[in-house]
Each structure stands twice: as structure tokens, then as C-alpha cells.
Write a protein that binds this ligand. Structure first.
Ligand code: HEC
Length: 179
């Protein structure tokens, strides 16, 4: 197995780990009725599926198409995809930095949930979850960790080389309606 496929496998392992039930739950806002448990569980499963699809796509694109710093990064493709899917009204997703050195200043934890999630992920938690209410409707907010999975990531994010293997350098932040 060469270095690249070892790194690829480590992503598969990281993604599989999030699928194995390392999810943390938090109580819904006090002044709101608790959403239906089965609906929360369905939404959680949807987020796990989205997370696998998005992360697998980023690794595939980086592996096959990104060979130097001038190439269109999979991270930028993911951000464009998140925007398009958000506009269609399915769910919201953001790719954010956890190292304190984002490539783009806008890609940082930006609200209370993302800030609390960033803290939890930086402390080693694999995911962070909260139920929130938007316009009176329950939504599941989830942050999942993005580890450095390939040597190629360092092409454009040189400081990732100093990050301990397996540690999260970023997160995907999801907001998905609970239905
Ligand atoms: C070809 C250059 C390039 C490569 C290779 C690359 N990235 Fe990025 N990355 C970028 C750019 C540019 C952005 C900002 C995109 C935007 O905001 O539109 C970004 C954004 C990000 C972000 C959001 C936070 C931030 O720093 O702005 C994360 C997390 C991230 N990349 C992780 C990775 C990982 C993990 C890999 C390896 C699988 C990787 N990147 C490979 C160029 C790259």
C-alpha cells in the first residue's frame, strides 16, 4: 500500500468512525416542544449520509484532479456545492477552519453553535450536535470533523503539516430541518 492509499484509508476510517455512533446529543431549547425522537434519528442518519457523500467526493476530486496549487481545489468545489444545495432549500452546510489559519477569512466558526462545536472538536470530540429552532421549526445542527487525510492538502494549506495525525483541521457544519 503506498502513502497515498494509506492516507485515503485513514479518511475512510475517520468517516466510518463518525458512522459508528460517536454522536453527542443535547437537549432542545427549554421553551420549545421536544421534536419527535424518530424524526431526530432520521435527520441524524441523513446528516451521516451527507457527510460520507461530501467527504468522499472531496477526497476523490483531490486525488484525481488536484495536482498543484493552481488547480481548482476540492474545498472550493464543496463550498460551491453547499451554496447550490442551500439555495435549493434542502439544507445548509459550511466548510470551516479549526486551526486558526483559514485560507479564506470567511471560513471560520461564525455563530454560537459553530463556536461551541469548534471547541468540542478541538478537544477531540468527533462530532457535535444541537437541536435549534428556526422560524418555530426544529433543525438539527451538526459539526463533523475534517482531518488532514492526504499529503496533497498541504500543497495549499502548508500549516497542516504541523498538525498531529488524525486531529481535526476543519469541520463541516450542517443545519438540517427535522421532519
Ligand atoms: C489546490 C489548493 C488546495 C488543496 C490541495 C486543498 N485545499 Fe483546502 N482550500 C483551498 C482554498 C482556495 C480554500 C478556500 C475556498 C473558498 O473559501 O472558496 C480552501 C478551504 C479549505 C477549508 C475551509 C477553511 C479554510 O481554510 O478556508 C478546509 C477545512 C480545507 N480547505 C481543507 C482541505 C483538506 C482536508 C484538503 C485535502 C483533502 C485540502 N483542503 C486541499 C485550497 C486547497
Amino acid at each position: 500500500m503506498n502513502a497515498r492509499s494509506t492516507l485515503f484509508c485513514s479518511l475512510t476510517a475517520a468517516v466510518a468512525a463518525t458512522g459508528l455512533g460517536l454522536w453527542t446529543t443535547s437537549a432542545p431549547a427549554k421553551d420549545q416542544p421536544a421534536p419527535d425522537k424518530a424524526a431526530v434519528e432520521r435527520t441524524r442518519k441523513t446528516v451521516q449520509m451527507l457527510d460520507d457523500v461530501y467527504k468522499t467526493a472531496v477526497v476523490l476530486i483531490t486525488d484525481k484532479y488536484v495536482n498543484d496549487e493552481a488547480d481548482f481545489p476540492a474545498g472550493s468545489a464543496a463550498i460551491a456545492l453547499f451554496e447550490a444545495i442551500g439555495k435549493k432549500g434542502w439544507h445548509q452546510a459550511r466548510l470551516i477552519d479549526l486551526t486558526g489559519k483559514p485560507y479564506e477569512p470567511k471560513n471560520v466558526p461564525s455563530d454560537e453553535v459553530e463556536k461551541a462545536g469548534a471547541k468540542a472538536l478541538n478537544a477531540g470530540q468527533a462530532t457535535y450536535e444541537q437541536i435549534v429552532y428556526k422560524d418555530g421549526k426544529p433543525h438539527l445542527r451538526v459539526l463533523t470533523s475534517v482531518p488532514v487525510v492526504m499529503k496533497k492538502c498541504v500543497l495549499c494549506h502548508p500549516h497542516y503539516a504541523d498538525v498531529k495525525e488524525g486531529k481535526a483541521i476543519g469541520a463541516i457544519s450542517y443545519t438540517v430541518p427535522i421532519e
